[in-house]
Design a protein around this ligand. Structure first.
Ligand code: NAP
Length: 282
């Protein structure tokens, strides 16, 4: 089977490395000539080009570009696709992608592999990025089951755990566990940098250890990706941010009123709730 990957960055590159190692023939298209050459040199693809006509022979194409250009990329790709080609994507937000891309191509399957690093670009591509990670497939009422099954097989070949849900449920759930954390983490870094005394900020930088590394990680990642989450998942992100602000206000009230027992009870609750989200997942 020939697999096309459009957008040879962290996600597209990592996918190419793993699928090519399993014997799939990988055709890659990216925006810059330098990236195409790097993709060949790094063993990410068998062939690479800046020209979408390379996808003529592809059986399944994965759109791995930034969210903002997914729709225009598929529109430009259409003339080169064979009629039974399957197109899927990896975008972090699903409602707008599925809404705009499904009418363009009946064999389109929205999907989101939930794996990443703080890095971006082809240099950041790595083997086994998706192993053990969730791979969410978000079909809608007219998505052909055969096409969904093919995307499921690719996700399994990458070692991922496959989940299926509606685009709407996906966007609401990832607002809580992916998009909100990016904004909170970024706000943490910004708040620390607002310290007025230079000697204190310097000391804090020297003392920052594992706790700060964990909590600041996603806020220190790819800025374009974070902006796209806010732009394309605006409603759900605003809902979760507003709830977060309420929770923060409750903490501030408790601390101002020296409600130590209430704070301890709340922290006991969060200590046990955390395991519902992250335990046994590494
Ligand atoms: P990335 O490392 O910046 O890679 C995107 C690549 O797309 C760029 O390197 C760029 O390659 C290429 N590109 C940009 N515009 C293009 C166009 N018009 N045509 C063809 N190629 C184009 O970003 P990423 O982290 O891999 O994210 C890509 C997609 O994956 C996004 O939709 C994102 O929502 C999704 N995603 C990301 C993560 C994550 O944590 N990073 C996780 C899951 C899903 P050139 O070098 O050629 O310019």
């Amino acid at each position: 089977m020939k697999i096309g990957i459009i957008g040879l960055g962290l996600i597209g590159g990592s996918m190419g490395l793993d699928l090519r190692a399993q014997g799939f023939h990988i055709l890659g298209v990216s925006r810059r000539a330098q990236t195409c050459q790097q993709a060949i040199d790094l063993g990410v693809v068998d062939q690479a080009s800046m020209d979408l006509s390379l996808m003529t022979d592809a059986d399944l194409i994965v759109l791995c570009t930034p969210l903002a250009v997914m729709e225009s990329t598929l529109a430009a790709l259409k003339p080169y696709l064979s009629s039974d080609a399957i197109v899927t994507d990896v975008g972090s937000v699903k409602v707008p992608v599925v809404r705009h891309l499904s009418p363009l191509w009946p064999n389109f399957v929205g999907a989101h592999p939930m794996a990443g690093t703080a890095e971006s670009g082809i240099e950041a591509a790595q083997r086994d990025l998706f192993v053990g990670r969730p791979y969410v497939i978000t079909p809608h009422s007219t998505t052909p089951p055969d096409a969904v099954q093919k995307v499921r097989e690719i996700a399994i070949a990458l070692g991922a755990k496959v989940y299926e849900c509606s685009p709407k449920a996906h966007d609401r759930a990832v607002a809580w566990i992916s998009h909100l954390p990016v904004m909170i983490s970024a706000t943490l870094i910004a708040a620390c940098m607002s310290e007025e005394k230079p000697e204190i900020i310097e000391l804090a930088q020297q003392l920052a250890s594992s706790g700060f590394r964990d909590t600041s990680r996603v806020g220190g990642g790819n800025p374009e990706l974070g902006m796209m989450m806010a732009r394309f998942n605006r409603t759900e992100l605003l809902r979760s941010l507003s709830c977060y602000r309420d929770q923060l206000d409750l903490f501030i009230d408790d601390i101002e009123q020296e409600n130590w027992l209430a704070i301890e009870a709340k922290l006991k609750n969060t200590q046990s709730s955390r395991s519902f989200f992250v335990e046994n997942k590494d």
